[in-house]
Design a protein around this ligand. Sequence first.
Ligand code: IPD
Ligand code: CA
Ligand code: CA
Ligand code: CA
Length: 256
Amino acid sequence: MLKSVLHEAVMAGAEQVVKYFNQTFDIKYKEGRNNLVTEADEASEKAIIEVIKKTYPDHHILTEESGDLPQHSEYKWIIDPIDGTINFAHGIPINCISVAVEKSGEMILGMVYNPHMNELFFAERGGGATLNGKPIKVSSETDAMKSCLVTGFPYTYIHEQNGPLQVFERLITEGVPVRRLGAAAIDLCWVACGRLDGFYEHRLQPWDSAAGFLIVEEAGGKVTDFDGNPYSPYQHRILATNGLIHEQMLKVIHNQ
Ligand code: IPD
Ligand code: CA
Ligand code: CA
Ligand code: CA
C-alpha cells in the first residue's frame, strides 16, 4: 500500500512538472539571490501532499516548500516537489520529483522520477534499487582520479575551509571530470546506476537526499558524511560513491 501511494504521489507531482515545463509560470525569490521557487514547485508539492493525505491523513510530512507538517506518527514523508528548480526554470530537462518514506527514523522507501527522460528510480530498504523496474548497481571504478564525479554548490558558505571551492579545485587540478548537473537527487540516482562514480555536496537539505541516498545504498554504493560516519539526511554533508573510491574521496575532501 505504501509503495503504491508513493508511486501515485510522485506521478501526481510529475503531471504538474510536465504541465508547466517550458511554459510561462510565476517565480518567487526565497532568502538569497537565485534561490527561487516557481508556481510549478508549489503545484507539484500540493498534488503530492493531496495523494498522501487521502490515504494517510495522520502521517508526518516534511517538504521543501511547505516545511514541517508534524503528526504523531512513526511514518514521515520527505518531499522535494522539484529537485533542480533552476534547471526547470531554464527549460533544462534535468530535474525531478523526489519522495522518501521514513519509518521510526529509518528510510524505508525512496522514489525519484525525472519525467523529461522518463526515468523512475526506486529503492526499498533491503530490496535493492531499480530504474524503470530493472535492477541497477553502482560502477566498478576503483581509482578516484579516473572517476567521473558530480557535485553541487550551495548558495552560501562557498569559501569555508575544505569547502566546495577548495575540494572542487583539488579535483579539477588533478584533471578529474566533475559534473554539476543541478539536481542532487538525480546526482545520487546517476551514481546508483553507475553513470557516475561518486557525488559529494556540502550543504544539502533532507528533501534533496532522503530518497536518493537510499537508492545509492540499495544499488550497492556507500553513503556517509565527510567523516565516514553513516549518512543521515538531517545533516548537510554527503559523500555517495560506488564504495570502491570512498576512502580516496574522503582524503581528497580533507586534503590528506
Ligand atoms: C537544489 C539542487 C542542487 C543543489 C542544491 C539544492 P532545489 O535543490 O539539488 O543540485 O546543489 O543544494 O538546493 O532547490 O533545486 O530543489
Ligand atoms: Ca532540492
Ligand atoms: Ca526543490
Ligand atoms: Ca529550492
